[in-house]
Design a protein around this ligand. Structure first.
Ligand code: GAL
Length: 455
């Protein structure tokens, strides 16, 4: 038996992902600063300095990413900085983002830029945010400005991050701004985001025909409660609503929700790639009283690891199935645009990372075209409604928003070794998660007794 390596394809992208409001600090007025001021974040916290990327610390963090042998990074552009008032664009803000792109290139990191990641300028919010179809045109013009300013250094764009998370958290569960609880609004927001994606896709292609444009879709793995026969129907409703409908619309131009079907022909075939954001598995139990929770419960961990709070279980093996079905639905190359675990002690992250990459590697070896993996996240950051809750620290590096001190976690070392080797090896597994190697890779304990002939 030869010792085992999971080698990734040549040119595979290894990176991390971040989002503007979570790392920049000092955001101008946007929907999140308002939410923070209203005391709606964990312990009334505010993003504050975050990771101080607007103050320039992106450079030292990009240096860290380069030291981890990353060759890519995903970050987002903050609309409220670029267009603080309708039609007034801030050239200095655009220059700041252009500098960030150059700083990535200087370190051998390819940029993947997200154009909407949960945050809106207040003036957009005040005119109804994404419930208002006028937002689509505003977004399109903002996208054009950003592409004109950064396009020379960027060829891969992500229009919108997690449209269904944005729609449900903000308009169904009321957990994100603006805190609405309405099915009707949720669906309207999803519809407008779809139109905005389509508008952005076409606008980017017109300016930059060779650009690769996609979208990051959050998928949740689901399993039915017991007995499965009863609960599977609820599971299918959730699955169609949250996981499938939007993706389907990106290829067909038809957005189909249980209560409403809309035709958006301009959205048909508007993906050059699809991004998968994957974190948790949930159990779905049919409970007539809880449709607004989408019938979701944290899955009872068996193969998984319990996640914090109301999140699902951490079940890295779900990646394979989500990659498979995103490919089956779109036929497009994939990036894992986010995957990670909240773990301040770094006690489960190395194992979760290894299991996740095993799952991605298996998918690649089934010929699913996964082109890169972006770990969430490079440094601890402002976790939306969870703020700086210690249970929600996602970084390869710890980061204290007050002192700005970074602390390297072991997972960062592991991720660096994987990037350097473009492979996950059994030897790394033995060192980082001792005792797990045999369970994860049957047969790895037996070292090769046969010398292979030299070429
Ligand atoms: C995603 C989101 C990220 C980050 C991550 C960790 O849904 O896109 O911004 O917060 O979850 O929870």
């Amino acid at each position: 038996m030869v010792d085992f390596s999971m080698v990734f394809p040549a040119g595979f992208l290894w990176g991390t992902a971040t989002a503007a409001h979570q790392v920049e600090g000092g955001s101008p007025p946007n929907n999140w600063t308002r939410w923070e001021e209203a005391g709606r974040v964990f312990r009334q916290q505010r993003a504050g300095l975050a990771c101080d990327w607007w103050g320039g610390r992106y450079a030292e963090d990009f240096e860290r990413a380069a030291e981890l042998h990353n060759n890519a990074h995903r970050f987002s552009v903050e609309w409220s900085r670029v267009e603080p008032e309708p039609g007034r664009y801030d050239d200095a803000a655009l220059q700041h983002y252009a500098d960030m792109v150059s700083a990535l290139h200087a370190r051998g990191l390819a940029p993947l830029i997200t154009l909407h990641h949960f945050s809106n300028p207040l003036w957009i919010e005040d005119q109804g945010g994404w419930t208002n179809p006028a937002t689509i045109g505003h977004f399109e013009r903002f996208v054009q400005r950003v592409v004109e300013a950064l396009g020379g250094g960027v060829s891969t764009w992500c229009t919108i991050n997690e449209p269904m998370v944005y729609a449900t958290q903000g308009y169904l569960f009321g957990y994100f701004p603006p805190g609405a609880r309405s099915f009707g609004q949720t669906i309207r927001v999803a519809e407008n985001l779809l139109r905005a994606h389509a508008a952005a896709y076409h606008a980017i292609k017109a300016l930059q025909p060779d650009a690769q444009v996609g979208l990051a879709k959050h998928q949740i793995a689901l399993k039915p409660g017991f007995p499965a026969l009863v609960h599977r129907r609820a599971l299918n409703i959730v699955d169609n609503f949250f996981n499938r409908a939007f993706v389907h619309a990106l290829t067909t131009g038809t957005l189909r929700f249980p209560s409403r079907t809309v035709s958006v022909p301009e959205a048909r075939d508007t993906l050059d790639w699809i991004g998968l954001n994957y974190y948790y598995r949930f159990r779905v139990t049919f409970n007539l009283l809880a449709p607004r929770q989408l019938f979701l419960r944290q899955a009872r961990p068996r193969d998984g690891i319990p996640g914090p709070g109301d999140t699902g279980e951490i079940w890295p093996e779900g990646l394979f199935g989500e990659i498979k079905r995103l490919f089956e639905m779109t036929g497009k190359p994939l990036y894992i645009t986010e995957n990670g675990v909240p773990d301040i002690d770094d006690s489960i992250r190395p194992l979760a990372l290894i299991r996740s990459l095993r799952s991605v590697w298996q998918a690649i070896n089934h010929n699913y075209p996964v082109r890169g993996y972006f770990f969430w996240s490079l440094v601890d950051n402002f976790e939306w409604a969870e703020g700086y809750d210690p249970r929600f620290r996602f970084g390869l590096y710890g980061c204290d928003a007050e002192t700005q001190q970074r602390v390297k976690r072991r997972s960062a070392d592991l991720y660096g070794e994987i990037g350097a080797a473009n492979a996950l090896t059994a030897e790394m597994v033995r060192r980082y998660v001792p005792g797990q190697a045999e369970a994860l890779f049957p047969g790895v304990k037996v070292k090769s007794s046969v010398e292979l002939p030299q070429p």
